[in-house]
Structure formats: C-alpha cells, structure tokens
Ligand binder design. Structure first.
Ligand SMILES: *[C@@H]1O[C@H](CO)[C@@H](O)[C@H](O)[C@H]1NC(C)=O
Ligand SMILES: *[C@@H]1O[C@H](CO)[C@@H](O)[C@H](O)[C@H]1NC(C)=O
Length: 169
C-alpha cells in the first residue's frame, strides 16, 4: 500500500476507492463515494444547507495524508488548506461510510446553534464541518493501519469550514 504513494494522482484516487471499498464490503450497489456524499447531504438537508459533491482532487489529498498516518493512525490533523474530519476504528469491525460519517454527525447533540457553541467538555467541530454552508466539495479516503489493523479515515472539505466567529448555517 505504501508504494501507491509513488503512483500518478489518478491511480492514487483509484487506490482510494479500492481501500474504502475494502472496509465497506456491504456497499454493493451504490459506490462508497455516493454513500459518503449522501450521508453528508442528509445531515445538511436537516438544517437547510445545500448539498456537497465529491471532488477527486480532495480525495487524492485525503489519500496522501491517510498514507502518511498509516503507520501510527493517530488522529492528528494534516494542517493543510482544507477542512478536515478524522476517524479511527479498531480492528475487527468492517467499518462503513455510515459508521464514519455517523460518528461526526452524532456530535450534533452537543452543538447549540443559538449560541454557536459545543456543550461543555464536548466536541462538535466535526459536525459543524459536515453541515458548514460554505463548503461545496468533499473527498475522503481510508487506510488500514499497519500497527494494529484498525482503520484511519479522513474527509477533506473545500472551502474549509469552522471559521472562527462564523456560524455553520
Ligand atoms: C476540486 O477541488 C480542487 C481543489 O479545491 C479545485 O481546484 C477543483 O476545481 C475542484 N474540481 C471540481 C470539478 O470542482
Ligand atoms: C468483514 O467482511 C469480511 C468480508 O466480507 C467477512 O469475511 C468478515 O466476516 C467481516 N467481519 C466482520 C467482523 O463482520
């Protein structure tokens, strides 16, 4: 898998798809990309925000970063130009797009729109990025961790969300 770093961007994008498919074997009809986009757009529609669409450049970026995290699978942000949500899941589960996006959307319970804050001691930034009105494109990737076989997943968002002092919607 590490060797895919040397492939051309298109091949990397295809490797991204293959990797995501290996952790979501039940997505028989719809593509994993469609699942990820649909899950985002359902959460966005719930708060009246326009849909996002898949962007292969973002997916290539996500795949490149996921590969750099493959050895440790730590939940560290890439500090790149895009918005970013991360996921780690332990080995032994066939993690699906619904698990990954669902974990982020579950933070909705901690987000108070009136005050635009998260509940004390809770995180809700992954959710606010999912529903960020100014974000129009996403691209995601997943790798199997080389240390213990868990899964590291990332979605990249453009334009990025979670800008200081702004409300997501
Ligand atoms: C995808 O995202 C990249 C990076 O933001 C951008 O340059 C490109 O125009 C986008 N492509 C499409 C088809 O929207
Ligand atoms: C994960 O998927 C593989 C391939 O379909 C299957 O063999 C395995 O039993 C599944 N594992 C779990 C924990 O569901």
């Amino acid at each position: 898998m590490a060797s895919s770093r040397k492939l051309a961007p298109l091949a990397v994008a295809l490797a991204t798809i293959a990797l995501v498919v290996t952790v979501t074997p039940c997505a028989a009809q719809k593509s994993v990309e469609d699942d990820v986009v649909d899950l985002h757009n359902a959460a966005r529609a719930d708060v009246g925000v326009k849909p996002v669409s898949w962007n292969n450049s973002l997916a290539t970026y996500a795949e490149s970063y996921a590969e750099t995290r493959q050895d440790d699978c730590q939940l560290k942000f890439s500090d790149g130009p895009y918005g970013e949500n991360l996921f780690w899941g332990a080995a032994g589960t066939n993690w699906t797009a619904a698990d990954v996006v669902g974990l982020w959307v579950a933070q909705k319970q901690y987000y108070d729109h009136a005050s635009n804050t998260c509940a004390a001691g809770k995180k809700c930034g992954a959710y606010t990025q999912v529903v960020w009105r100014g974000t129009t494109s996403i691209g995601c990737a997943a790798v199997v961790c080389s240390n213990e076989g868990g899964v590291f997943a990332i979605c990249s968002y453009n334009p990025p969300g979670n800008l200081d002092g702004q409300s997501p919607y």
